[in-house]
Design a protein around this ligand. Structure first.
Ligand SMILES: Cc1cc2nc3c(=O)[nH]c(=O)nc-3n(C[C@H](O)[C@H](O)[C@H](O)COP(=O)(O)OP(=O)(O)OC[C@H]3O[C@@H](n4cnc5c(N)ncnc54)[C@H](O)[C@@H]3O)c2cc1C
Ligand code: FES
Ligand code: FES
Length: 480
């Protein structure tokens, strides 16, 4: 049995743990506010909040329920749009909360299909630890699409909500419940989750079939939804040792189930890479980043996986385990061919680690896609560089979308070592990079276009990282 709190009620289900949360919510619990749009994580119509206690604190994040397995909500609090309604005391009726009211007042809803998703995401903004700026309110709805209202009215509603939340100087749950922003029952959830988790056990294995390792499911449920429902799933989020980010000496060690949002919120990562948050905002959308794991990105083995490209440049190592023994593999040696990995079926990624850079280190990530948010790259690239005065002492350049695997450009990286930055150096590096790649023409662009993109991204790395070096004519002298 999977047990969790759904809105204000404890609930349990004997549906398979691989079943989708969205289907339980709509077809078994008949909560029709959560909509089905794309079923692929793209539209946000199915957004719900997941609350759990992390380091003794109640934390809420938005997720797309169309990609969330029931096993991933075991022992948690699931909030649908119905769970955000305020009760009119003593009358047994409900009224709009300030988030819903802001959408109504600003005319931010037309056909209404997308509206529950926007409201849930904005409620997630209210409950989050993020600074309550207008920009963060807008960022919280980057995974929601509206096809008929136009976004201006939704932006105005988000602004009203940010202003309301800016008045809070204390505990968020206390503020939203005592000011009738969200229902009173939220104040008791932390205690109820602790009680629930003290009496529930882990998820039992179902069949003797080979296990499917599941992170957030943002790849598996897009590609193999039907198969996953009855698969024997190993829910990796539920293994405590696979979560968390820690620093040991100069090593940054990431549990395999660390999500992109975990990376963005980590102090260790922020201290080492001040621009990391900006970089990661280019990856998918808030509800996907909230559940998508690093290991899932590596094992999916997409040649354009953003996190893979990023960690290739940083020379990350992965530790794989079969529960009996472990081995360590440099990420740069993990990919053996298109979707072929140096990993046996019974092995899962346990940890990822990399050396934290020192103060002479520079890092940049670039991505070109048709849309800024919620789009996969045509070509992406990362450059990690360590300087000794004006000389490059170490360089790692990676690129995606330019070959059958996510590529570490070893020859170009070796060429850059011990050189001084100049326009000539960048142009020579581009020539070597062109000899290392083998892009093909596909839906994301022709071979020629992808070659051009990589050249431009390499120039962008150097112009961004070395603003004081005169490199401006790199672009003005470009042939295209
Ligand atoms: C709408 C949308 C937008 C997206 N945008 C982007 C984007 O901009 N950039 C990008 O790079 N990706 C994007 N993705 C792809 C996806 O979100 C990422 O690849 C994500 O990191 C996958 O992680 P996951 O935990 O959800 O993987 P899952 O679906 O859980 O797993 C993916 C694969 O990894 C395996 N796996 C997971 N964890 C482990 C482990 N610890 N050990 C061994 N195997 C494991 C699974 O068995 C499966 O084969 C997007 C996906 C969606 C749906
Ligand atoms: S139905 Fe579109 S994101 Fe879930
Ligand atoms: S109001 Fe119709 S899709 Fe947004």
């Amino acid at each position: 049995m999977i047990q969790f709190i759904l809105n204000d009620k404890e609930t349990s289900t004997d549906l398979p743990p691989g079943e989708l949360l969205l289907d339980l919510i709509r077809y078994h619990k008949h909560l029709m506010g959560t909509k089905i749009g794309c079923r692929e994580g793209d539209c946000g119509a199915c957004t719900v909040l997941i609350g759990e206690t992390v380091n003794s604190k109640l934390r809420y994040r938005s997720v797309t329920s169309c990609l969330t397995a029931l096993g991933n909500v075991q022992g948690k609090h699931v909030v649908t749009v119905e769970g955000l309604n305020l009760e009119v005391s003593g009358q047994g009726t409900e009224k709009l909360n300030p988030v819903q009211h802001a959408m109504y007042k600003e005319g931010a809803t037309q056909c209404g299909f997308c509206t529950p998703g926007f409201i849930v995401s904005l409620a997630g903004f209210c409950l989050s630890d993020s600074d309550k700026s207008y920009e963060n309110a807008i960022a919280s709805i980057d995974g929601n699409i509206c096809r008929c209202t136009g976004y201006k009215s939704i932006q105005r509603a988000a602004k009203n909500i940010a202003e309301l939340m800016q008045q809070n100087k204390g505990d968020v749950i206390e503020y939203v419940t005592s000011n009738s922003i969200l229902p009173e029952y939220f104040s008791g959830i932390k205690k109820r989750l602790l009680e629930l988790n003290s009496k529930t056990n882990g998820i039992e294995k179902q069949t003797a079939d080979p296990k499917k390792y599941l992170g957030g499911g943002t790849d598996l449920y897009v590609q193999q939804h039907e198969k996953m429902v009855h698969a024997d799933i190993d829910f990796l989020f539920n293994k405590i040792e696979l979560n968390g980010i820690k620093k040991e000496g100069n090593k940054c060690i990431l549990g395999a189930s660390v999500t992109i949002t975990d990376l963005m919120e980590s102090k260790t990562i922020k201290d080492a890479f001040p621009d990391f948050r900006k970089v990661n905002k280019l990856v998918s959308s808030t509800p996907i980043r909230n559940i998508a794991t690093i290991a899932g990105n590596f094992v999916n083995a997409s040649p354009i996986g953003d996190l893979t490209i990023l960690f290739l440049a940083l020379n990350a190592r992965i530790v794989v385990s079969n529960e009996i023994s472990k081995r360590e593999i440099p990420l740069r040696e993990f990919y053996k061919g298109y979707k072929q990995l140096d990993k046996r079926e019974e092995e899962f990624i346990e940890q990822i680690w990399f050396e934290l850079p020192d103060k002479d280190h520079l890092f940049n990530f670039e991505k070109v896609s048709k849309r800024t948010h919620l789009d996969i790259a045509s070509v992406n690239s990362a450059l990690s560089i360590t300087m000794n005065g004006k000389i490059i002492s170490e360089a790692g350049l990676s690129a995606g979308g330019v070959g059958p695997i996510p590529m570490f450009l070893s020859k170009t990286s070796a060429f850059l070592k011990d050189k001084k930055i100049s326009e000539q150096l960048v142009n020579e590096a581009i020539e070597i990079a062109q000899s290392e790649i083998s892009p093909i023409s596909d839906a994301r662009g022709s071979e020629e276009y992808k070659r051009l993109l990589l050249s431009q991204l390499i120039k962008a790395h150097f112009i961004t990282l070395f603003p004081k070096v005169h490199l401006n004519s790199l672009f003005t002298n470009a042939e295209h």
